[in-house]
Design a protein around this ligand. Structure first.
Ligand code: ARG
Length: 738
């Protein structure tokens, strides 16, 4: 498999190289045939990408070692243990296995079977997803086609084979066809095993006979041994496109998703707490935090868009031992700190200096420890010094958040100091803490390494603080859903905290979903951890600046500075730079490590933000050239006959547009953003295919008369609206002109 993967990757490079050499040659400019080949090539690239990703995903499913670096030192022994034993890095519940296909549960109690292994494809009962009812949409929600089909096929299968209510309902988006029901094979196997001999093709026929008539189903066909191919009705597709034009790009109704698999209740304004970004004070915010920031922000945007009440929390590392030495150092070099701002604008070198003293001056070390004790006892002077230090760091972080347009509320580790005292008391009273070599530890079911809750010197650890975060979020915030966006290196830590909360009884009687959204390491072009040439960790600020410079160079290369106004140019510069950085991160499966390469992300061919942003402006320019504005288009959408079924490429694009709610539902289920990026790319390619073939604005060569095809212009408008909403979810600023 590795060999195959390597070959695919090599071929991709070769193709890229050829493309670069060929397509940019001036004699090929405006060559229609070549343009078509390019589109074809892009599609092939796209497929190759999917293949590569599938292979990578398959590899992921195998036991693997944990690669990402983790935080705190108090977790060292735990990390060692992880390496030795770990076979599964994620939260240990059934979620890990879900979503081989989007399907309904077939065994009423399967959700209780925590930690069960996935069985082989043909016999496994699909795992329940978080989303079930409410698929049909209403005046405020869009229509989930896949879930509706799942519902219809479930009805049919239960009616056709009432003897076994656990028969699997497998409906998936199809490759050759719109959707596919793949249940027949396993149903035939199950029934035959139970003594009722039947072949898959017969099962398929019986299922379809019991299928209720429905507006979304256009055509049913059979293929292979019992596969049922479903074509969506064109009239239905057209009406959904009309709805987008009239009502806007509505979210799917997924609020009933809250819950822990076992029960699902619908709740308005369900509350989600999402912990992301979370850099450490006095230390540089690094690319790992960049990933958490980008992934967390886009998840939060998505959750807000579908209607959750979202609390975005920045769990700043603003407490603990390093503050002792920072404060002690400040007291020495700047005793007047209480009245004047201290010169610590370069906090990093300040940190280094204090660390050096800490390691070499015993007297200083002693005083640093005393400062920690005083800090944790909230001594006013020490707290004052601590605040000054935090403020300096925060300014730095704020710059990054402002540039990236990320909103987040600071609630650092310090917030939990008193709550940690309380957590220890509670755990003690429940007899959950054991004394081991002077430490208070908490053992957890099925996890080898216990959490350290109180250290020998009486201080708390990263474990303690996260036991406090989860308790606070469950009990005080009353969260229905809690998400931690932290690198995969901390998977065992998270797993322990989740198990700890359960053991402490804090989740009892609560219908809450809890996720660790992990992610891989950021690598440089050389596939090693991203570093500067000098081998130092890259500063985020510098990285963003480089992006800004490079994006301007790219825009100038394309002569945009002669087309756009200076303001538009600056806007485009930021949109492209940050859009590309974000998209490069989000378009890869977050579980994998990802290679950071400006060259690749700024390339406007292939699945990049640069490509999509240009595609978007191109679509927007169509209505502009035609001279019709949004309002006119909207009123037109009311009564125009919107049948896209006569032209294959129109219908294909329209179908892609209406798949949008399915895509979002799946992303919310798995919390994997690359699904949305793949969809955007698909949408843009379907658009190009359509636009290459069909005129929207046609000029008669002899009379000069301009004819507008409104149906097609409306299709463009709907495409652009959906793309725009996707950009918004990803936190990317899409521009009308670029
Ligand atoms: N500050 C930590 C780090 O840099 C991340 C904190 C994530 N949030 C949490 N609740 N543990 O690794």
């Amino acid at each position: 498999m590795d060999a195959l993967l390597n070959r695919l990757k090599q071929q991709e490079d070769v193709v890229k190289e050829l493309e670069a050499q060929l397509f940019d040659r001036p004699e090929f400019k405006d060559n229609r045939k070549l343009e078509e080949l390019r589109v074809e090539n892009e599609k092939l690239n796209y497929r190759a990408n999917i293949l590569v990703r599938n292979i990578e995903d398959l590899k992921k499913q195998k036991p693997q070692e944990n690669v990402a670096g983790t935080k705190q030192d108090d977790n060292k022994d735990k990390k060692e243990a992880t390496k030795k034993k770990q076979t599964e890095t994620k939260q240990g519940d059934s979620k890990n296995n879900k979503h081989q296909s989007h399907a309904k549960p077939t065994e009423p109690n399967q959700n209780d079977n925590k930690n069960k292994k996935t069985a082989t494809a043909t016999t496994v009962a699909p795992i329940k997803t978080y989303f079930t009812a409410g698929a049909q949409g209403d005046s405020e929600h869009s229509y989930r086609i896949l879930d509706t089909l799942v519902g219809l096929f479930e009805q049919a299968i239960r009616k056709a084979f009432p003897e076994d209510p656990t028969l699997p309902v497998l409906v998936v988006p199809g490759k050759q066809t719109d959707y596919q029901c793949n249940s027949a094979m396993s149903i035939a196997q199950k029934l035959t095993a139970a003594g009722k001999k039947i072949i898959p093709t017969d099962v398929a026929k019986i299922i379809t006979e019991h299928l209720p008539a429905h507006e979304i189903i256009g055509k049913i066909e059979y293929s292979g041994p019992g596969f049922i191919n479903i074509t969506i009705a064109a009239a239905f597709v057209c009406e959904q496109v009309r709805k987008i034009l009239l009502k806007g790009v509505l979210p799917p109704d997924v609020l009933e998703l809250v819950g822990n698999h076992e029960t699902q209740t619908k709740k308005k304004n369900a509350r989600v707490v999402i912990d992301f970004s979370s850099p450490n004070i006095a230390k540089e915010m690094h690319v790992g935090h960049l990933r958490s920031t980008i992934i967390g922000d886009s998840l939060a945007r998505l959750l807000e868009y579908v209607g959750f009440d979202v609390l975005r929390l920045n769990h700043l590392g603003d407490w603990g031992t390093q503050f002792g030495m920072l404060i002690a150092h400040m007291q020495d070099i700047y005793p007047e700190y209480k009245t004047k701002s201290p010169p610590i604008s370069d906090l990093l070198s300040f940190y280094k200096a204090s660390k050096q003293r800490f390691d070499s001056e015993p007297e200083f070390k002693q005083r640093a420890y005393e400062c920690v004790v005083k800090l944790q006892a909230f001594d006013p002077d020490i707290i004052h010094a601590w605040k000054l230090i935090c403020d300096v760091s925060r300014q730095d972080f704020e710059y990054i958040y402002k540039e990236l347009d990320v909103k987040i509320i600071d609630r650092g580790e310090s917030f939990y100091q008193n709550r940690m005292l309380d957590v220890v008391k509670q755990l003690d009273s429940k007899n959950l803490l054991k004394l081991e070599d002077g430490r208070k530890v908490m053992f957890l079911p099925d996890i080898d390494v216990p959490m350290t809750i109180v250290k020998t010197d009486g201080s708390f650890t990263y474990d303690t603080s996260d036991m406090a975060t989860i308790q606070q979020r469950l009990m005080e915030e009353n969260a229905d859903w809690i998400i931690y966006v932290i690198d995969s290196g901390q998977a065992l830590h998270m797993q322990s905290v989740f198990a700890g909360a359960k053991l402490a009884g804090w989740t009892e009687g609560k219908n809450v979903r809890i996720d660790h959204v992990g992610f891989g390491v950021v690598l440089g072009d050389d596939s090693k951890k991203l570093k500067t040439r000098a081998g130092e960790a890259i500063r985020l600020r510098d990285l963003l600046h480089e992006g800004i410079e490079r994006s301007m160079a790219k825009l100038k290369e394309k002569d945009r500075h002669n087309v756009l106004t200076p303001e538009e140019l600056v806007k485009a510069q930021k949109s492209v730079a940050y859009g590309c950085i974000k998209y490069a991160d989000l378009s890869h499966n977050r579980n994998s490590d990802y290679i950071f390469s400006f060259d690749r992300m700024l390339d406007d061919r292939g699945n990049t933000a640069a490509y999509l942003l240009y595609a978007y402006t191109r679509i927007r320019s169509i209505a502009r050239t035609a001279g019709v504005d949004h309002a006119v288009l909207k009123s037109m959408a009311q009564d125009i006959e919107l049948n896209f079924d006569s032209e294959e490429r129109e219908l294909k694009l329209a179908k892609c547009i209406v798949k949008y709610p399915d895509v979002l539902t799946r992303v919310l289920d798995e919390l994997l953003m690359h699904g949305l990026c793949e969809y955007m790319y698909q949408l843009a390619t379907s658009f190009t295919e359509f636009y290459d073939r069909h005129y929207c604005v046609e000029k008669d060569k002899t009379t000069g008369e301009v004819r507008l095809n409104y149906r097609r212009i409306l299709l463009c408008e709907a495409t652009a609206n959906v793309l725009k909403q996707c950009f918004e979810i990803l936190g990317i600023q899409a521009l009308e002109r670029m």
